[in-house]
Design a protein around this ligand. Sequence first.
Ligand code: GLY
Length: 296
Amino acid sequence: MPEADWAIIVHGGAKTIKAALHQRNRDGCLAAAEAGAALLRAGGSALAAAQAAICVLEDDPLFNAGFGSVLNADGEVEMDAAIMNGADLGVGAVAGVRRIRNPVILAAAVLPAKPVLLAGEGAERFAMANGIALCDSRDMIAAERLASEYAKAHDTVGCVALDIHGHIAAATSTGGLPGKHPGRIGDSPIPGSGLYADDRLGGVAFSGDGESILRTMLAAQVMQALTASPADIAVQAAITQLQRVGGEAGAIVMDAAGRFGIAHNSEHFALALHRSGWSEGKGAIHRNELEMCLNE
Ligand code: GLY
């Protein structure tokens, strides 16, 4: 694939997707990629594009992030999110937040501050101090979650974007595992595990079993592999590392030239990508389907 002036890839989670929801997953991811692409096309930053794409996924109850988050063992929502700036290796991350409509917006507010990761009540106090309104935690529970249509999904959403200035950003957002222990934090807000971005190499965002991804530092492994390998080889090598500890995961990678890599050991991995030179984005519910779209 040739180099791109700008590019964006999003995922809606590594999971098994019921056939009836395949198109909704494609459409949801495409809408997110398009939101980011609209900014990138107009010269906007990779950070702004990644945030905009994740907000679309957080607002869609289909996905386990923001409004669609799964419930913990107490029947409450606890969300994690992060955003990373490949230009200066800045990271903003939040964990265990309950009253934040769009956790990625709070993570982006943390980005210029000294802390990298704020958790729980402290993160919510930071939100209030920075003009981000708190909502009622009960308003974060989508009706579909209670009806359990999507209750078993344990996905995460993620995005990697490259802007016309050559900057890369990566972002993640999740409700974590359904029925998780209150206070449990997964890989998503942890740089080097759930995400990473470095303008010199590229960016990566993971979805899947957080404990397995944390124990194997998968985002760090991808970044190390990118020093010597193309994006598709680097990401596949990281997913292969999971065999040491078990677990299901998927990852999207983009190198500094806007070339994509995708790998997952889950049955499905909702995806969409868009780049300069394309008239529209492409969505898929697993890597093979996306490759077929690219070869058409
Ligand atoms: N990958 C999301 C989590 O395990 O929390």
